[in-house]
Design a protein around this ligand. Sequence first.
Ligand SMILES: Nc1ncnc2c1ncn2[C@@H]1O[C@H](COP(=O)(O)OP(=O)(O)O)[C@@H](O)[C@H]1O
Ligand SMILES: Nc1ccn([C@H]2C[C@H](O)[C@@H](COP(=O)(O)OP(=O)(O)O)O2)c(=O)n1
Length: 679
Amino acid sequence: MYRIPFLDLPPLAGAAGTVRLPGSKSISNRVLLLAGLAEGRTLVHELLASDDTAVMLDALRALGCTVEQDSASGALAVTGIGGRLPVHAARLYLGNAGTAMRPLAAALAVLATLQGGEFELSGVARMHERPIGDLVAALRPLGCTIDELGTPGYPPLRLRGTAGGRLALERAIRVRGDVSSQFLTALLLALPLAADAQDIVVEVDGELISKPYVEITLNLLARFGIAVRREGWQRFTIPQGSRYRTPGTIHVEGDASSASYFVALGAIAATGGDVLRIEGVGSDSIQGDIRFVEAAQAMGADVRTGPGWLEVRRGRWPLQGITLDANHIPDAAMTLAAMALYAEGPTRIEGIASWRVKETDRIAAMAAELRRVGASVVEGADFIEVSAPETWLPAAIRTYDDHRMAMCLSLAAFNPTVGARVPLRILEPHCVAKTFPDYFEALFALAKADPADIPVITVDGPTASGKGTLAAEIAAALGYGLLDSGALYRATGIAAMWDGVSPDDEAALATLAEGLDLRFGDGADAGRTWLRGRDITDELRLETSGLMASRVSAWPAVRAALHALQLSFRRAPGLVADGRDMGTVIFPDAALKVFLTASAQERAARRHKQLISKGISASLADLRADLEARDLRDRSRSVSPLKPAEDALMLDNSALSIEDSVAQVLAWWQQRRPFGHSA
Ligand SMILES: Nc1ncnc2c1ncn2[C@@H]1O[C@H](COP(=O)(O)OP(=O)(O)O)[C@@H](O)[C@H]1O
Ligand SMILES: Nc1ccn([C@H]2C[C@H](O)[C@@H](COP(=O)(O)OP(=O)(O)O)O2)c(=O)n1
């Protein structure tokens, strides 16, 4: 996940490949709650790992459930409370997870009333602006004591009761269904706790919105042994004697709302025989948002489906604007607004008043951010109408702590498909953690870009000037990849030592460089390097390796052999490359070139300190002599000598801290970006 203040997406021209979706948020949190209320152990496979499920899991633990990784199956094992509260007081923090707040409020209101207890539920500031009054209004007539601790009608809530209380269940419970279907879902999930002695009837006031989400609820209740009877969408009966029974094992489908971004991506960018395959959700999905596929097809997408998969290609092009009542796909419909950027004629999405009470006011947010990239947008109380940009603008997109804003707007980076070529900045990209922590990684794995559009920052300079340190920090700050080109020459030198190849044998060295079996670790292995399967992380940094690298790198054939490998590091979203000739030879078109220097005395002192800290003894005088000799060789060789590119910015960091150097380079970078300086 990109935990950085902004992520710049280069202009992206195509997309192909396979994406495996993370688990559905709606299914994950419902399954967790049901497993937590049921008796026995439930193995949950393919659970979504995200902010919203994390808060639900924390809440279940606080309520006395056992949550552990099952070593045999790799699934998450939840042992529920069997409908009996082992813990009678808890304060639960539920972030911005509506799928945790609403059903937990209902379940704990019922449990506190029957078994006694006091529970407080709170969340982030936005959670305290998301309505819950209709649920409170449905529960109070049953005899539940609910204190609204902030603004009436909104969380935080306190739910309390004394043991032995009873619920008034003789009459039908009435709940409004026209603001959010989550209130009905919350009641249906919670009320089986009280169905020992009689049927429980829930009646919906007003036209029920988002019915497919209620279908998910009913489907999962059935999996946990509760057969709710439904009469239309107005009346639901939980039969007397209902009791949650764990199904033992349950698999969470991929998230159909998350699939929408990739369906859109295929429709926009899977061209010329390319296919975008989506795994984890398909024709057999129980999620309502799967019907997004029909809307995407109406706009021109070519979609094929089967059980557990979708395949998407570009169909009609440009896409075609549509008018759609999206009441049945409220979350995925946001993606249509992004597809509208590539459509002929306006796209009007109606029946979406609920957007205004989601993670943010999504109608207002969508309108504002789509306009930023150049679209024309009309918004109303319950609709949005979007027309494609006439001129695309490089924009810094605000995401409002709303995962779907980030994912939808990322699709605007595919503007080269309509002849534009502007980059896009996504602010606070980590908001995707709510449902799809690795969304951007998945996007970059599928996206194709013209290498010329992928930004490169080069950092060249003499040894121990701090290039590696600076390059790594800049790459981390921007979410870019890193090329430590020196490591390639060092590895070639190490391979030569292993094989007994002379540092003067140009042809043999070039052959070694050509077939270099080198692997750089990522994730938990980031920073480690393997040569021919052997971990050479420490050996790589030895001074002997540096000297050997300096010798082998003087040969033109060796440099030529490593050229293509270095170019292959230029991948979205961008690259920071450090070495000697990054700005002059390998990436002459780099967007920013830095030439980093420091006095020989300072550099020798840094290397000395670095070696001493690793427990390697060294003489300062020898180090200085070695590095001056290396500088001389690197500067005076015939091919790609160490020298600043003509357009490089010089940075002498003799008297600068690492932080100062990083801040300086990031400031230069901001000036070169087209997004203005505010971000
Ligand atoms: N601006 C700086 N001020 C002080 N020390 C620095 C600075 N930049 C880097 N260093 C230190 O100098 C040493 C050499 O840096 P390194 O990044 O390995 O240089 P290079 O890649 O240019 O050989 C490291 O111990 C690093 O922490
Ligand atoms: N792009 C590059 C990078 C390194 N080299 C050569 C010259 C250097 O002395 C060696 C070692 O480079 P490296 O960047 O790892 O060395 P320092 O960390 O600066 O000491 O490789 C090169 O010729 N071209």
